[in-house]
Design a protein around this ligand. Structure first.
Ligand code: AHR
Length: 506
């Protein structure tokens, strides 16, 4: 049975916010220290202590934003310990992740320098769980204060005259759990209070993100959304956030037995695909709640943590969440992006967890030799980057299924967008063994000059590592023929492809 993919060129949809391709860097394991930050005296090439190879690799993704300092760490982080001369900064024990000592050498100025090097917007998660309203307000003022004020002057005394631009501000993280074990109503009250005092000191307003639900807990989202009519009806008040977040991890096994990133059987592969496909229902359930209170879609849904979560690599610190990354992870990422594009009118940001050396990373750095490798997931982000800020094109798909525990699940996924006279189509075949014959048809216009790229490998557990850094990397894809309505494409098993066309239509 051929798979039929149809792209409507004449029915442009919403803009795919570039921030759907966002990132996340926490003080967790070797993400910050060793991942982004090596210090100025390191033999690893760096600019002011920040790894050059990591910066270059992420710039090639057009990385739109970076979330920091957590995660669970955020509600334990006191920003004043990470400013000023590094030699004078107090140390800290990272009680959340491994109980290890940190010297605070990577703090606010280093994070903002990193964002500037990356050309990425800063997304800072403030501390609601163990911080005060004043502490958070001071942090905002230190960063963004343009005029003369105590915190802006403190920044100036540290050598930074101009304020930084901070695009996004998180009001705590997972406040139902590690961020304070709060009930929804208690958190909503705190978020109202903290958000009210988070005001940018310069012309660029802060986009505040209220910490959202644990997975499918739509009651949490409802509690936050109920604030909109309540405060919105008041003549002198405004809702103290612009978006509501949610987190969703793909766990192929169970929470207590997540399974290996690289050694897996067919059953584990398929249970992972089922879990990844769960993202669609999850986003739908929260979007439905948001639609009730915000039918005009003025408020954004932000998936500020997503990705695969496996057991740590053997021999690594259990609290560091270091995992390898295979073709299977690439399938998960590719599927997520197709779903994200379908929610482009509501989903305004997504941040994969995490960028370097933690969970579903883009980049892995070697603790010994310092070598860096790009993961299969990195390549999905790179191949898909043309979707950033493009206009979504409605795409329908009808194709084969695979039976998992008596349930038929789809094996093919697709999405399409247009920008600057080009159409970009993404195609994924998660089937383990069977190639997919795809009839790709365009309606409402014409396309020409197809070029393709393909990401796959002989085995679904293929991955990159130091010394074998390009086992999985994109190649030219030309296994397609032009048909009267589009293309006839053959997609290998467990593969991801992008096709680019010129169009005069869309
Ligand atoms: O990404 C790892 C952790 O997962 C984050 O710190 C937390 O927010 C989530 O539970």
């Amino acid at each position: 049975m051929n798979t039929i993919v149809t792209v409507d060129l004449d029915r442009p949809g919403a803009t795919i916010n570039k921030h759907l391709y966002g990132h996340f860097a926490e003080h967790l394991g070797r993400c910050i220290y060793d991942g982004f930050w090596v210090g100025e005296d390191s033999p690893v090439p760096n600019i002011g202590g920040i790894r050059l190879d990591v910066v270059e690799a992420l710039r090639a993704l057009n990385i739109p934003n970076l979330r920091w300092p957590g995660g669970c760490f955020a509600d334990r982080y006191h920003w004043t310990n990470g400013i000023g001369p590094r030699a004078e900064r107090p140390g800290l024990i990272n009680t959340q992740w491994g109980g290890v000592a940190e010297d605070n050498s990577f703090g606010t100025p280093e994070f903002m320098a990193l964002c500037e090097l990356l050309g990425a917007d800063a997304y800072i998660s403030g501390n609601i769980g163990s911080g005060t309203v004043q502490e958070m307000a001071d942090w905002v003022e230190y960063l963004t204060g343009a005029g003369k004020s105590p915190m802006a002057d403190l920044r100036r005394s540290h050598g930074r005259e101009q304020p930084w631009t901070v695009a996004f501000w998180g009001l705590g993280n997972e406040t139902w759990g590690c961020g304070g074990n709060m009930r929804a109503g208690a958190y909503a009250d705190l978020a109202r209070q903290f958000g009210t005092f988070c005001q940018s000191g310069s012309d660029t307003p802060l986009h505040r993100v209220a910490a959202g639900a644990d997975g499918a807990d739509t009651a949490w989202t409802k509690t936050l959304m109920e604030v909109i009519p309540e405060i919105g009806a008041h003549p002198f008040s405004s809702v103290p956030w612009e978006s509501v977040s949610v987190h969703y991890y793909t766990i192929g096994g169970s929470w207590h037995a997540k399974g290996s990133a690289t050694e897996f059987d067919e059953a584990s592969y398929w249970s992972t695909i089922v879990a990844a496909q769960g993202i669609e229902g999850l986003l739908r359930s929260h979007a439905d709640v948001m639609d009730v209170y915000d039918p005009e879609k003025k408020y954004g849904m932000v998936l500020d943590e997503w990705g695969t979560w496996w057991e740590v690599e053997p021999g690594t610190h259990p609290g560091f969440l270091f995992q390898q990354n295979t073709i299977r992870d690439a399938m998960v990422a590719a599927w997520h992006f197709d779903v994200f594009h379908g929610f482009a009118d509501r989903l305004t940001m997504a941040n994969i967890a995490q960028t370097v050396n933690v969970l579903q990373a883009m980049l892995l750095t070697d603790p010994d030799g310092g070598a860096m490798v790009r993961t299969p997931t990195y390549h999905v982000f790179e191949m898909n980057k043309g979707h950033q800020d493009a206009t979504v094109l409605p795409t329908t798909i009808a194709g084969p299924t695979h039976s998992v525990d008596g349930r038929e699940i789809p094996v093919a996924s697709a999405s399409a967008s247009t920008k600057d006279g080009q159409v970009l189509v993404s195609l994924t075949n998660v089937d383990l063994d069977t190639p997919l014959r795809i009839d790709l048809a365009f309606r409402g216009g014409t396309v020409a000059d197809a070029t393709g790229r393909l990401l796959t490998a002989d085995r679904p557990d293929a991955h990159n590592r130091p010394g074998a850094a390009d086992v999985v990397s994109p190649v030219v894809f030309d296994d397609f023929e032009v048909t009267p309505t589009g293309l006839s494409v053959t997609l290998p098993p467990h593969s991801f492809a992008t096709l680019t066309f010129r169009t005069d239509t869309a």
